[in-house]
Ligand binder design. Structure first.
Ligand SMILES: Nc1ncnc2c1ncn2[C@@H]1O[C@H](COP(=O)(O)OP(=O)(O)O)[C@@H](O)[C@H]1O
Ligand SMILES: O=C(O)C1=C[C@@H](OP(=O)(O)O)[C@@H](O)[C@H](O)C1
Ligand SMILES: [Mg+2]
Length: 167
């Protein structure tokens, strides 16, 4: 078995929110590697970054992604930086991977709504601009389909991804 769909994209693209709505629509389980990492570590990602550093978080993330790609059967959301790992990009080959794309204005608005992204704690707009520029090629490389999320609601996007999966 494999996940029906793996969601990739930058922070604020809506992987977690759209993923939950999509899983509900399809009547399948929703998994999010960030939630798995937090459950295993017993603390929020922001604290893993503070206590053990980003490199340790990335190692936990590679393990969490590999475990979920082997076991998840529903919708699987990855963290925004998961595709930075060559190992993870290779592991995604053969899976249905939807890239939720977002441009800077919507991404800034959306991450401003929530907390807990340590990479965006300082100067979120500049950091997000850099992340988007650096990572676009990686998201595009692993994706089997791309859905533009700017100006759309999570519910609209869940319907759109579901239609893509059914096609
Ligand atoms: N399409 C959307 N339109 C408006 N707000 C959104 C949309 N998708 C997500 N959000 C909001 O943006 C924030 C980040 O969404 P989230 O699902 O955590 O993104 P990701 O997991 O890709 O970082 C949340 O507060 C969420 O409610
Ligand atoms: O972009 C990144 O490097 C990160 C994105 C976060 O996930 P979301 O993309 O779900 O916000 C989370 O994994 C961590 O804070 C690092
Ligand atoms: Mg998320």
């Amino acid at each position: 078995m494999a996940p029906v769909c793996v969601l990739v994209g930058p922070p604020g693209s809506g992987k977690t929110t759209v993923g939950q709505a999509l899983a509900e629509l399809l009547g399948v389980e929703f998994r999010d590697t960030d939630l798995d990492i937090e459950a295993t570590a017993g603390k929020p990602i922001s604290e893993i970054f503070i206590d053990e550093g980003e490199a340790h978080f990335r190692a936990l993330e590679r393990e969490a992604v590999a475990a979920q790609l082997a076991s998840a059967t529903g919708v699987l959301a990855l963290g925004g930086g998961a595709v930075l790992a060559e190992q993870t990009r290779a592991a995604l080959v053969g899976h249905t991977v939807v890239y939720l794309s977002v441009e800077l204005p919507d991404a800034v608005r959306r991450v401003g709504l929530g907390a807990g992204r340590p990479l965006l704690a300082v100067n979120p707009r500049a950091t997000l601009k850099h992340l988007l520029d650096q990572r676009r090629p990686y998201y595009a490389a692993v994706a089997t389909a791309t859905v533009v999320t700017d100006g759309r609601t999570p519910e609209q996007l869940a319907v759109e991804v579901a239609a893509l999966l059914a096609a």
